[in-house]
Ligand binder design. Structure first.
Ligand code: G3H
Ligand code: 13P
Ligand code: ZN
Length: 319
């Protein structure tokens, strides 16, 4: 049982569980990016870690507040602890889109090595104040902090952002924000959105111009790209062929992501691609094996599909 008052240290327990900033600084200096994958159960976690080991590529494992309440903090931390103990590559455990100081503190106290405080819906000064609070607490434990400036449209952990409210990150504000908060990485809004429906356009494109302007102001600092799923056509078709109804699905081309990495993106967040892969494999297996009731069979297939899509992503972007 993990007590929230005495931070158990996963970091001390396993050298393989590192702060995300260690991975980000390495990515920055080698002009590459670290992939960050969301997980919500043991199968997804195992698929991600198997791919990371196969590709010999460190990754960030991230969980949203709703993923934590679904899995239970103790289960989640114990699973990641086991994954780190047996992993051949470094891993970081990161809170994705933490909406308050309290959830960040809980994660830090529970052994996370990185947190995101997403106060991007607040005004600039309140975003700075909230973020600064989290940084001060996190630093005591060597935990890295990501924050967000600007607004992606789509769904961010139960918060719906309409297109009209979406806002690119302001380059001048980004530089001031980094300086005043002491964060380790900054999520920027440059045209991506969460989920399988990335905008109204056929092929959503990133504003590399805006990214370059931000980079010019912030210098060598790790920038984070949220909403970076490719929403692969073949994966969506497989899902739909076996009963799903995923409409208007468009993602970010891997070539666009590479261009973003060349221009300062050091962390790439992917969740939707894993959801589609998992669901497609599950649907196919159940459809083709109607008498099967042993979940090890269909969840095993879903795990392999997650491993395959993570490998695909790592080869395309971080390989
Ligand atoms: O950025 C949002 C992630 O895709 C997490 O979504 O809150 O449904 O786990 P979730
Ligand atoms: P996708 O929905 O594109 O996978 O984005 C995930 C994400 O940004 C998690 O923070
Ligand atoms: Zn996100």
């Amino acid at each position: 049982m993990v007590s929230p008052t005495s931070r158990p240290s996963l970091v001390l327990a396993h050298n393989n569980l590192v702060s995300a900033s260690v991975l980000l600084q390495h990515a920055l200096s080698s002009h590459t990016a670290v992939m960050a994958f969301n997980f919500t159960n043991m199968e997804i976690l195992k698929g991600i870690v198997a791919a990371a080991n196969e590709m010999k590529c460190p990754v960030i494992l991230q969980a949203s507040a709703s993923a934590i309440s679904y899995m239970g903090m103790d289960y989640l931390v114990a699973l990641v602890s086991s994954a780190a103990a047996t992993s051949g590559v470094p891993l970081a455990l990161h809170l994705d889109h933490g909406s308050s100081f309290e959830i960040c503190k809980l994660c830090i106290d529970s052994g996370f090595t990185s947190v995101m405080i997403d106060a991007s819906s607040l005004d600039f000064e309140s975003n700075i104040a909230t973020t600064r609070n989290v940084v001060e607490y996190a630093k005591e434990y060597g935990v890295s902090v990501e924050a967000e400036l600007g607004t992606l449209f789509g769904v961010e952990d139960e918060v719906n952002i309409s297109l009209g409210k979406a806002r690119y990150t302001d380059p001048d504000e980004a530089a001031i924000f980094i300086e005043r908060t002491g964060i380790d990485s900054l999520a920027v809004a440059i045209g991506t959105s969460h989920g399988p429906n990335k905008g109204l356009r056929e092929s959503p494109s990133l504003s590399i111009d805006r990214l370059k302007q931000i980079k010019a102001k912030v210098g060598e600092f790790p920038l984070v790209l949220h909403g970076a799923s490719s929403v692969y056509e073949d994966a969506v078709e497989l899902c739909n062929a076996y009963g799903a109804d995923i409409k208007n699905a468009h993602g970010i081309k891997d070539s666009d992501i590479l261009e973003a990495v060349r221009n300062g993106i050091a962390k790439i967040n992917v969740d939707t691609d894993l959801r589609i892969a998992f669901t497609g494999a599950l649907r196919k297996h159940l459809h083709e094996n109607r008498s099967v009731i042993d979940m090890r069979q269909y969840l095993g297939e879903a795990t392999k599909a997650v491993q395959a899509v993570v490998t695909r992503k790592l080869s395309a972007v971080a390989g």
